[in-house]
Design a protein around this ligand. Structure first.
Ligand code: FAD
Ligand code: MLT
Ligand code: ZN
Length: 477
């Protein structure tokens, strides 16, 4: 529920949308057609409340352009009238960045979902150009049809869009093998707030011709431009997969095992962690039976994949780790592998079923992950004994998701304490979800004053009217 003032003060001097509403509406209808300008409050609502239900705000209109030219005309119309624009893809973001706020009151939500074209896959380069509104699942299906894989993966795949994933530099389940979204982007097309189109989609791997504007936009959370299309790299598909779920004594133990498995087993693609309370919650929420006979303090889910069978190497490595058979579940076929992944992927929805969560997505230096887990448990127990804390995450890259249910959505006391703890241990306050509105107040915990001033200078250069996502990333507090 943070509200931050407009970076440049532009919103204050701008004409409120309410007084120009009719003009703007006519103009938008002229650009995208009546059926793509949503004004009915009931219809707009789905675009105005975020996935967590913690962040919401009202818009003047939701606009659904169907081409880059239409995005350009919409942005020019809005920035010319001093109307803020909130770009939105699948609305699965978890930091409130894709929905209106107090700072963008009367804004236009620009939905990219109609920009959903997938071009012919270029098998020679292993690349594809897609519209920003293409969902991750559609992209994955298009790649699979050509025997290739788009390797960034996350549980919101059916709704999350390529544009949203680029804007947040989404991470997900396979960062240890393939990196985050940034690693897949070789070019972008995007529109600046004044309507200028910048396009660099040739996909040349060697291209040292000045500033890399595409990479600048990755992770910019809709504050610099609206991404309309992307040139992305694909990887070879791996037919041979093995998934194991291990009951372990602690996070530190899980981290030690990950180090051994990554050294001994070629093709480790994921190393995820969750805990007994989270597993219990998921099993109850999703009506799943428990995966192992016993209960364990922590669980480590590991996937390996390659062109040849990975299971033998995996079993040898597990034997060297001396893991009890009762503490091991193995998935070798598609069904059993998916069943093991469910215990991890269903955490998000199970937590949300408890109430509106405070979601803190942090990275620690991997050697400190175990120490952090214990420290954050103590912090929450001491500060808010009635709160429910559910931890899970991508242990292989040091990323833990800290979910706290109990404190009211506007009470940020614990959020601040957890983020200060993270910073004091040399971690980052946002691993993969972004800063959005949720963490704008605490950007200084992870970035220096000079870094923030440089980022603000870039924002001022590319979006001088402060039109795009005025509540996101920077806070004037
Ligand atoms: P939105 O939510 O619509 O927008 C997110 C941000 O991007 C906003 O600031 C918005 O203004 C901006 N934006 C959207 N489209 C554009 C565009 N075309 N141009 C410019 N700016 C734009 N995230 C991970 O990183 N890893 C995970 O493992 C993961 N798992 C998830 C699991 C679940 C069940 C859920 C609900 C979410 C998960 N997320 C995860 C978070 C979320 O899916 C990602 O942040 C995703 O990248 C958001 O995509 P979106 O299209 O829904 O973006
Ligand atoms: C995940 O890894 O499941 C996601 O990032 C979503 C979440 O943090 O809830
Ligand atoms: Zn995650």
């Amino acid at each position: 529920m943070n509200s931050s003032d407009d970076l440049h003060g532009g919103r204050e001097s701008a004409t409120p949308a309410s007084t120009t509403g009719l003009d703007l509406e006519d103009c938008l209808v002229g650009i995208v057609g009546r059926s793509n300008v949503l004004a009915d409050p009931d219809v707009k609502l789905a675009y105005e409340v975020d996935w967590t239900r913690r962040f919401e705000g009202r818009s003047a209109f939701v606009v659904r352009p169907g081409s880059t030219d239409e995005v350009s005309a919409v942005l020019a119309a809005c920035s010319g009238r001093g109307v803020a624009v909130v770009p939105q893809g699948g609305n699965t973001g978890l930091v409130g960045g894709g929905v209106p706020s107090d700072a963008s009151a009367g804004c236009v939500v620009l939905s990219t979902r109609r920009l959903n074209t997938v071009s012919q896959i270029d098998r020679l380069s292993g690349q594809v150009t897609v519209g920003a509104g293409v969902t991750l699942a559609s992209l994955q299906a298009a790649a699979a049809a050509e025997g290739l894989t788009f390797p960034v993966d996350l549980a919101a795949r059916e709704s999350a869009t390529v544009g949203g994933m680029i804007a947040t530099n989404a991470g997900g389940l396979h960062v240890i093998a393939y990196g985050p979204m940034r690693s897949r982007v070789v070019g972008l097309e995007a529109v600046l707030s004044d309507g200028t189109v910048i396009s660099h989609l040739a996909g040349l791997l060697k291209d040292n011709t000045g500033y890399d504007l595409s990479q600048l936009l990755v992770g910019s959370e809709g504050t610099l431009a609206v991404v309309t299309a992307a040139r992305l790299t694909l990887v070879a598909s791996h037919a041979e997969r093995v998934v194991v779920l291990l009951g372990v004594a602690s996070t530190s133990e899980a981290v030690r095992m990950i180090e051994v498995l990554r050294r001994e087993v070629e093709g480790i693609k994921a190393a995820e962690v969750f805990f007994e309370d989270g597993l219990e919650l998921v099993c109850a929420h999703s009506h799943l039976s428990r995966p192992l006979k016993g209960n364990f303090p922590a669980y480590l889910l590991v996937e390996a994949a390659g062109r040849s069978d990975r299971s033998e190497a995996m079993f040898e490595a597990l034997a060297s780790l001396d893991i009890d058979e009762e503490a091991t579940a193995v998935g070798l076929d598609a069904g059993s592998m998916a069943a093991l992944w469910e215990y991890r992927e269903r955490h998000t929805e199970a937590v949300s079923a408890l109430g509106i969560p405070h979601k803190l997505d942090v990275t620690l230096p991997i050697a400190l992950l175990g120490e952090f887990e214990l420290a954050v448990r103590k912090l929450v127990a001491d500060t808010a004994p009635d709160a429910r804390l559910v931890l899970f995450g991508h242990a292989g890259d040091g990323n833990l998701h800290v979910n706290i249910v109990g404190p009211s959505p506007t009470d940020e006391t614990l959020d601040e304490q957890v983020l200060e703890l993270v910073a004091s241990m040399g971690g980052s306050i946002s691993a993969e979800h972004g800063i959005g509105r949720a963490k704008a107040r605490w950007l200084h915990l992870s970035r220096s004053d000079s870094e923030i001033r440089s980022m603000q200078a870039i924002k001022a250069a590319l979006d001088p009217t402060g039109t795009l996502n005025p509540a996101v990333l920077f806070s004037c507090k």
